[in-house]
Design a protein around this ligand. Structure first.
Ligand SMILES: *Cc1c(COP(=O)(O)O)cnc(C)c1O
Length: 227
């Protein structure tokens, strides 16, 4: 695990880079989501003590153990593939979910979201590079999923998320990011509240911001390599 000074230093450096990229593209500042999967609660606490409040987790069982022992003003974002037998953990413990890609998950999350909590903030994950086996809805499914989320009283649709194919040329990657921006604009025509585009990770967040990302999800550059 990286030391407190190392994590604090990384956070500072990345926040500066995010802010620089946003200024260069003439846009309001993007949100940094610190992806803490496979890192211990202690590492999260160090980032929290350095001022970081939003964290992303991929595995429901791993997340719930960490969430239980950490400060309750942390905002938790579920960003991994969603198995239907894990929806209750997500509905009861997270503020955001980025990886919605099918109707069954929408129905379950809505039924399981406690009424005492604010609506779960939802992003539809798009399989933007059209990879077989990869999580995410195809482009032609977005409308149907968006309508279903809108009709679910315990869910609130906020936008789209993507994980473009790794190892593409910068040009192809930029093309994927641009397509996502266009898809969000289209979505907004029928769902005005949509304001969020979650894309960009340690290796490509600056390019993602250039093309419209306003949440970037960064793990390795903050916490170091995962085992
Ligand atoms: C792991 C992960 C990240 C962070 O990736 P890094 O390369 O470590 O920054 C971002 N988004 C998702 C969906 C992830 O699974």
């Amino acid at each position: 695990m990286l030391s407190m000074p190392a994590i604090e230093h990384n956070l500072k450096r990345i926040k500066q880079a995010i802010s620089d990229s946003c200024k260069q593209s003439g846009r309001p500042n993007a949100t940094l989501l610190a992806v803490s999967k496979k890192h211990p609660a202690d590492a999260i606490l160090q980032a929290y003590n350095a001022g970081q409040l939003a964290f992303g987790e991929n595995y429901a069982d791993e997340a719930i153990e960490k969430i239980a022992g950490l400060p309750n003003d942390i905002s938790w974002h579920f960003i991994g593939p969603i198995q239907s037998n894990k929806t209750r953990i997500i509905a009861e413990n997270f503020q955001w979910v980025h990886s919605i890609d099918r109707l069954k998950i929408i129905k379950r999350l809505n039924e399981q979201r406690p009424e005492s909590l604010a609506p779960l903030q939802c992003l539809i994950q798009v399989n933007i590079s059209n990879e077989p086996q990869k999580a995410g809805a195809s482009i032609d499914q977005i409308g149907k999923l968006a309508t279903a989320i809108d009709q679910a009283p315990n869910l609130e649709l906020r936008g789209l998320m993507a994980i473009p194919k790794a190892c593409q040329s910068t040009e192809l990657l930029a093309e994927n990011f641009r397509s996502m921006k266009v898809l969000l604009q289209k979505l907004k025509q029928h769902h005005q509240q949509c304001d969020t585009l979650s894309m960009g990770m340690s290796k490509d967040y600056q390019l993602a911001i250039e093309h419209g990302a306003n949440i970037v999800r960064i793990g390795t550059d903050i916490f170091g390599q995962r085992d």
